[in-house]
Design a protein around this ligand. Structure first.
Ligand SMILES: Nc1nc2c(ncn2[C@@H]2O[C@H](COP(=O)(O)OP(=O)(O)OP(=O)(O)O)[C@@H](O)[C@H]2O)c(=O)[nH]1
Ligand SMILES: [Mg+2]
Length: 436
């Protein structure tokens, strides 16, 4: 195995995709794996789906099928085989022996993409932790294998020294001991806990503001939407996992009505468990939100699965379904109209928008406003003109339609959300009356 897995990164490598599907299950077309591989920079030269009756413990797909993969890999001059299924270290080793080309699995591919995208300290540490936790058990077994191959060189000690894809010298790696990895894991956890605490304080400092979080499958258009609605200036790209960090901005839904809008990491089917665990703090933003906008890319041929998978991740991290508003994005480039209609029946409350062209963003604003305020009422508030507190509150938390003075009184006509009415109690104005 040390012959091939000296570098797990797949940039510019010629890749053959392999997916094992079980008889009687639906046929997944490897589209997602292809998108992931391309996002990681690989060039796809062939793809194969193998129907199997059961998992073969040694090779997952069985020796005969592995041999077929070898022939195809040879014919297409492949550098790497990427499996859609998660493999054990032992299976990877057996497969590499048979196929004679580097083999990686889906989780390793995703971790590699995350590693190349991580920009902030927090996401870099989160990815490193996930890599160590996923790769480490594999490495320890690789090391025990190496021990018996005197002088073997080139096996990766990936996360331990510098992230997946880092080539190190064999000698040096043999020196790397499990304790170093464990120590690093402890260090990472401690550093991340510190960042978590700071983030929690930041969230608390936001106080009573209404919090909205954009969630959904990767590449659905979340960052495009936050950029359109606020001055966020988040990086947008037609590739998977463009965003790994959370960005929060003020969004003025109406004049004087500010809410907080957050963009966060996108989801994908079966995100490696280690990754979800270490990105917990980033995903916390979604758990704490008052409202989630689930952005769905209606131009994708895989849209229904993507939406279902995103829902599953939301459930996994503990979000309530009642807080979710589905947003059908990219309505400007629908190619499959019957699928689009079907989606509208599945999600009858969804709003069809285009984050790119701005289509229907006013409808989205109205709906969010409705949820935020619980419907609005118009009130005439009479208070002492000297009462600065109530005037300050009304100006920053409600829509002031008119403001007049009479004697020592101020009379303000305002539009306010029913959900906010209780906040008026503490100001004790002289008079509150509803007006039409
Ligand atoms: N035609 C069209 N393209 C869109 C629309 N919204 C986003 N896109 C494109 O879709 C791609 C992905 O957009 P992003 O905003 O980066 O998607 P994201 O959900 O933030 O993706 P991740 O950060 O990877 O999770 C970009 O190429 C956008 O230009 C839309 O409404 N219409
Ligand atoms: Mg994004």
């Amino acid at each position: 195995m040390e012959k091939f897995r000296d570098n797990i990164a797949v940039t510019r490598e010629r890749a053959v995709l392999v997916g094992a599907i079980f008889k009687n299950t639906y046929s997944d077309n490897l589209a997602e794996l292809a998108a992931l591989a391309e996002s990681a920079g690989a060039v796809i030269v062939d793809r194969l789906q193998q129907k199997i009756n059961r998992v073969h413990p040694a090779t997952y797909i069985g020796k005969g099928k592995a041999d077929m993969v070898r022939q195809r890999a040879k014919a297409s001059k492949a550098d790497v085989i990427i499996f859609d299924n998660d493999l054990t270290p032992g299976q990877i080793r057996e497969l590499e022996d048979i196929i004679e080309v580097k083999v990686i699995d889906r989780s390793e591919l995703i971790l590699d993409i995350f590693a190349s995208r991580a920009q902030t300290k927090q996401s870099q540490l989160q990815v490193e932790l996930a890599q160590l936790e996923y790769t480490y058990p594999r490495l320890t077994r690789m090391w025990s294998h190496l021990d018996s191959v005197a002088g073997a060189g080139g096996a990766t000690a990936a996360g331990a020294v510098g992230g997946i894809g880092t080539r190190g010298t064999g000698e040096k790696q043999l020196e790397i001991d499990r304790r170093i990895v464990n120590k690093r894991i402890t260090e990472l956890k401690r550093e991340l806990a510190g960042i978590d605490k700071r983030k929690k304080r930041e969230i608390e400092a936001r106080g009573e503001m209404f919090k909205i979080c954009l969630v959904g499958y990767t590449n659905a258009g979340k960052s495009t939407l936050i950029n359109k609605l606020t001055d966020a200036d988040v990086y947008v790209a037609d590739r998977l996992f463009a965003t790994l960090d959370t960005r929060t901005r003020k969004w003025a839904i109406e004049k004087g009505r500010n809410v907080l809008l957050s963009d966060t990491v996108g989801f994908v089917r079966d995100l490696p468990h280690q990754l979800v665990a270490s990105f917990k703090a980033t995903l916390e933003e979604a758990v704490n939100a008052d409202l989630l906008l689930h952005v769905v890319d209606v131009s994708s041929s895989d849209v229904q699965d993507q939406a279902e998978n995103a829902k599953a991740v939301l459930e996994e991290i503990g979000c309530k379904e009642s807080n979710v508003l589905v947003v059908l994005n990219k309505s400007d480039i629908v190619n499959n109209h019957s699928q689009f209609e079907l989606l509208q029946t599945i999600y009858p409350d969804a709003i069809c928008i285009s984050a790119k062209t701005g289509m229907n963003l006013d409808l989205l604003k109205d709906r969010v406003m409705e949820i935020y305020t619980g419907g609005q009422v118009t009130l005439r508030i009479t208070a002492s003109a000297a009462d600065g507190k109530i005037q300050g509150f009304l100006k920053s938390h409600t829509t002031v339609l008119e403001q007049n003075y009479s004697d020592s009184m101020v009379i303000m006509d305002i539009k306010v959300g029913k959900n906010q009415l209780h906040q008026l109690d503490r100001f004790k104005p002289v008079k509150i009356e509803e007006i039409k």
